[in-house]
Design a protein around this ligand. Structure first.
Ligand code: ASP
Ligand code: MG
Length: 409
């Protein structure tokens, strides 16, 4: 007998029919003798609908009140899922985040979980009930409803699994696992049977939308056994997120290709090459709470250098305004911006022990005539910035170059 946390995303609970299917799946796990905690998202489209509704009333919605109303999406789903379970004879009880006592900080719309009281959930599980919990929400110390950021139900699932020391946290979604890349771009992309936690973290932060980044961080920190599965298939093992030290088989060198279109680039040309310049350029951007991702500074020539960095495309206009101000102070020659770029990244823990990965990637891109605008690397990833119009081609070329369609021998 195991304790399993199952998280179902918006499409998996998108209609009464699908909610009934979820209940059937939960009932099957229960019938095998397992204890089951179910975490659900709002029905698909509902969170977007609620946010749009808020904006009609207040264009920049008050964060506290936004959380108060947006959290209702999940509250609807828990009631329906508990009903669907009772309808087929499975005893169940639903809880909102505040009812569980998922305590968070007070950062409305992006709160962090501080603690979870598992007392009520345990009592229900021991009494043979399925516990159904609303994802994405909690309560701060003053009793305000908070939400955990878009995609936050994944984090609720993992956090509950950690608090309950569950044997496994299963994330049910509309794909049947984590793929080598997006199958909509590369039709022969392959489902990975396993992927390491660090690779998953890179892929999540590099644009793969399968899991919320914070949920992966949480799983890593608390060593939660995490699995991504399809809610539309009865069979299948999905993808298991493993810890590297547990991997005994030969690791693939590259596990996947991630990409992100939501990037923009700003280049300041002819900057005096002296101490404090990076700070003068990036300080105001950081103060405006804009995330800077890649940063490249050229070796200076004749006391001048060029400085480029990327920001989320949504923040591009704001960042550009700030840098126009900075440009005057530091006497930079020119400012160039481009909000039609994309970042493509190859990820794999095997890179640690293999050389030549970067040159192989660069050659493959050059053979297709794709110009690389920026490069950044870490121990387990290589990212390049390319013109957005080459994004799909770049992903395909790299997927081919590393033969990701085939299981490593
Ligand atoms: N319903 C929330 C969202 O759409 C949380 C989630 O689905 O994970 O972002
Ligand atoms: Mg999601």
């Amino acid at each position: 007998m195991a304790l399993i946390v199952q998280k179902y995303g918006g499409t998996s609970v998108g209609s009464p029919e699908r909610i009934k299917n979820v209940a059937q799946r939960v009932a099957r796990w229960k019938a095998k003798g397992h204890k089951v905690v179910v975490v659900v998202s709002a029905m698909s489209g509902e969170t977007n609908r609620l946010i749009a509704l808020a904006r009609e009333v207040q264009p920049e919605p008050d964060a506290r009140e936004l959380d108060q109303m947006v959290s209702t999406g999940e509250q609807v789903t828990i009631g329906l899922v508990a009903m669907a379970l009772k309808q087929i004879g499975v005893d169940a009880r639903s809880y909102t985040g505040p009812q569980v006592k998922i305590l968070t900080d007070s950062a409305f719309t992006k709160a962090r979980i501080l603690s979870i009281d598992e007392h009520n959930m345990r009592a229900d599980l021991d009494a043979g009930r399925v516990v159904v919990v609303a994802g994405f929400q909690g309560m701060d110390a003053d009793g305000n409803v908070t939400t955990l950021g878009r995609g936050g139900s994944d984090t609720t699932g993992v956090a509950l699994a950690a608090a309950l020391k569950a044997d496994e946290c299963q994330i049910y979604t509309d794909v049947d696992g984590v793929y080598t890349t997006d199958p909509r771009i590369v039709p022969n992309a392959r489902r990975l049977k396993t992927v390491t936690f660090e690779e998953m973290l890179e892929m999540a932060s590099l644009g793969s939308k399968v899991l919320q980044i914070r949920s992966v961080e949480f799983a890593g920190k608390y060593k939660v056994k995490l699995r991504v599965l399809s809610s539309f298939q009865d069979e299948g093992d999905g993808t298991l997120i493993t810890f590297e030290e547990e991997e005994n088989m030969e690791q693939a060198i590259i596990s996947g290709i991630a990409f992100n279109r939501d990037e923009a680039k700003i280049t300041v040309q002819g900057v005096p090459d002296k101490p404090g310049i990076a700070y003068q350029i990036l300080g105001p951007v950081a103060d405006a709470n804009i995330d800077v991702d890649m940063i490249v500074q050229n070796a200076g020539v004749h006391g001048l250098t060029d400085f480029s960095f990327t920001v989320p495309r949504n923040d591009y206009a704001r960042a550009r305004k700030l840098i126009e101000e900075v440009q005057k102070h530091i006497g930079a020659k020119e400012l160039i911006g481009d909000d039609r770029i994309a970042k493509v990244s190859i990820v794999g823990v095997g890179m640690r022990s293999h050389c030549g990965i970067a040159s192989k990637a660069f050659r493959a891109l050059s053979e297709e005539g794709i110009n690389i605008q920026m490069i950044s690397t870490s121990e387990i990833k290589i990212s390049v910035v390319v013109d957005e119009k080459y994004l799909e081609l770049a992903v395909r070329v790299l997927h081919d170059a590393f033969d990701l369609a085939h299981e490593p021998a």
